[in-house]
Ligand binder design. Sequence first.
Ligand SMILES: Cc1ncc(COP(=O)(O)O)c(C=O)c1O
Length: 399
Amino acid sequence: MSADAPRKKLKPATQLVHGGTLRSPFGEMSEALFLTQSFAYPTMEAAEARFKGDDPGFIYSRFSNPTVAMFEQRMCLLEGAEAARATASGMAAVTASLLAQVKAGDHVVAARALFGSCLYVVEDLLPRLGVASTLVDGADLSRWKAAVRPETKLFFLESPTNPGLDVYDLKAIADIAHNAGAKLVVDNVFATPMLQKPFEFGADVVVYSATKHIDGQGRCLGGVILASQALIEESIHNFLRQTGPAMSPFNAWVMLKGLETLPLRVAQQASSAARIADFLAEQKGVTRVLYPFRKDHPQEELARRQMLGGGTLVSFYVEDKAAAFRLANALQVIKISNNLGDAKSLITHPATTTHQRLSPEARATLGITEGMLRLSVGLEDVDDLVDDLAAGLAAVGRG
Ligand SMILES: Cc1ncc(COP(=O)(O)O)c(C=O)c1O
């Protein structure tokens, strides 16, 4: 295998097409898919050297594979990280990034507005393993400070959040974590790697569900953990190697292809999302629109400071559950699905799907009412999406 020779510092769009490429002796242009579990050694001595780390070659695809390595390297270049490890799903990335860094007796502080499965890991799983956790209102810096204990090891948050699209001050929260001797883990899924760079604001670990914008065409599950070389080597690498939530080489190959078009897709989807947010805000049946770059978003100033675009998701409120269901059921182009980041526009009703298991009080704290809808804006012509939503709103009116 040969790596493309390092050249002068290249811009992100170029890195996303060429970065991390390893070529086999065949000189293939498209990245090769190494769908293999293990690797053969020419001699026993070679096997010994590989296991001792004297020869950096591949050993077993649970922890290293050339196609997966290309994906990890390309993600490092995109994120400005020293090291990355790919995982089977976004949840594998979140779970490993937290579990690998704590032991019984430690304490984790997390923003309450978390994706449901992340909430399970923080609220249920960690305490069962003897790791205490505290959930705070992520927008209130005093809550993060007040939650700190001598044994606090990690802070964890998503920003923007799902589905409320709250924006948290990454720099201020990273400073509080570091003053407490803790590390900040950021789930950057909603922002996308194109629109927010958490390491620039002090994050120690960035995690993604690659299932979302990185694939971008609704095909494969995947995740990735990015951090310093030291942090990956000290805790993450061994945890993943021994517990085994590895990314399939096939999925890594799909993700590599996804990365090539990520900047184009995210730019188009974010531009359509901004236009749709403005359209929705003018409609009679819509009581409120949430979009981080709109003037009426409570953290618009922070969002503009921290993000390069408002993102590809828009949340909005109609009168009640009946209105939300009538609207979504009338859509022809936009599909009903709880996924996001796809080329296809997807709408979901958080109260009855992604956040169904929360108590009504917990949903209310997160602003998830029966009339809330979350729209993941895709790559369709924005005029068709606006027309589709207009037809959906008309159906609400017809009761
Ligand atoms: C913010 C966030 N984090 C993590 C995940 C989990 O990702 P996956 O479905 O790839 O496990 C999701 C999935 O929706 C998500 O929205």
